[in-house]
Design a binder for this molecule. Structure first.
Ligand SMILES: [Zn+2]
Length: 95
């Protein structure tokens, strides 16, 4: 069995015994190292998440741009095909 006292740590400011997982020291009100670390890790986590979101968004934009380029090239090919068809038709219709 775990000793519940093992979860008690001294406050790094006032030295009062506080729970390791307490967000604040009940004696002096300072934010505990555990809480500070938890806040640091949530900040890191959020930054990583934002990084991934940005990366995914950038990839999506790249693919959209590539699709637009493909569509433009296809349209150009269609236009030139239509022009040569028109020219062929003109040549056919002219006496
Ligand atoms: Zn304290």
């Amino acid at each position: 069995m775990r000793n519940p006292n093992a979860a008690l740590i001294p406050c790094h400011i006032c030295n009062a015994e506080i729970s390791r997982k307490a967000p604040k020291c009940p004696s002096c009100g300072t934010v505990t190292r555990y809480q500070a670390a938890a806040q640091r890790w949530s900040a890191v986590f959020i930054l990583v998440l934002l990084g991934f979101a940005l990366f995914a968004w950038y990839g999506l934009e790249q693919r959209k741009q590539a699709a637009r380029n493909d569509a433009n090239r296809a349209l150009q090919r269609l236009n030139s095909a239509a022009k040569s068809a028109e020219n062929a038709l003109d040549a056919f219709n002219s006496p």
